[in-house]
Design a protein around this ligand. Structure first.
Ligand SMILES: [Zn+2]
Length: 199
């Protein structure tokens, strides 16, 4: 993921990208969501009987619910991997993990204490217990949620944007506090631009 540049009024180009480590986390979340989304999408064709179980909340077999989750996860993974809309991607990731948690708690409240039926194939494939698969699913969701929160918090918009004129071409660039001290390619002329607070 490269820096996200928006052109504002008066030809100011705004830099809005996460830090390098944040960008790596966004990519990891994207790959993970791609894997989970593909997995959920393919459950539609799974032969595992557990997917024919009817979800007590929606009254529809899990076979039809999981692919819908999968399509959402694949869409967000594309946002993470191929676009610069990282804030949107992270907010959607948070929203999805929250939904998963609510869904799971609602199932529990409805007296449904089965293991995650969605990993039915995983348990037989890896020969692991349903408790282990529950723990894996919980850990994946904590990672998704924690990663998204971490990057959003670390790259939160703090105060006013700083505006700087490129010493080479004079083009105006604006950036947030977290970018101070970094060197980027000037979005106007492509020369190195040291992002400092104008004195
Ligand atoms: Zn320039």
């Amino acid at each position: 993921m490269t820096s996200s540049i928006q052109v504002q009024s008066e030809g100011i180009k705004k830099i809005d990208a996460p830090s390098a480590s944040g960008a790596n986390i966004v990519l990891s979340l994207g790959y993970l969501l791609f894997f989970i989304g593909t997995w959920h999408f393919l459950t539609f064709w799974s032969k595992a009987q557990s997917f024919n179980v009817v979800d007590p909340l929606m009254g529809v077999p899990f076979r039809y619910i999981m692919p819908a989750f999968g399509i959402g996860e694949l869409a967000v993974s594309c946002l993470c991997l191929f676009t610069k809309k990282w804030r949107l991607a992270l907010l959607l990731t948070l929203w999805m993990t929250l939904n998963t948690a609510v869904f799971r708690f609602a199932l529990g409240a409805a007296g449904w204490f089965h293991p995650w039926v969605i990993v039915g194939d995983l348990t037989s494939l890896l020969n692991i217990s349903s408790l282990t698969s529950d723990i894996i699913v919980a850990a994946v969701n904590v990672f998704l949620c924690g990663g998204a929160l971490f990057v959003l918090f670390k790259n939160r918009r703090a105060g006013e944007d700083i505006k700087l004129n490129c010493p080479t071409c004079g083009g105006k660039t604006s950036f947030g506090n977290q970018w101070v001290g970094r060197v980027i390619k000037c979005p106007h002329c492509g020369n190195n631009l040291h992002l400092v607070r104008p004195s």
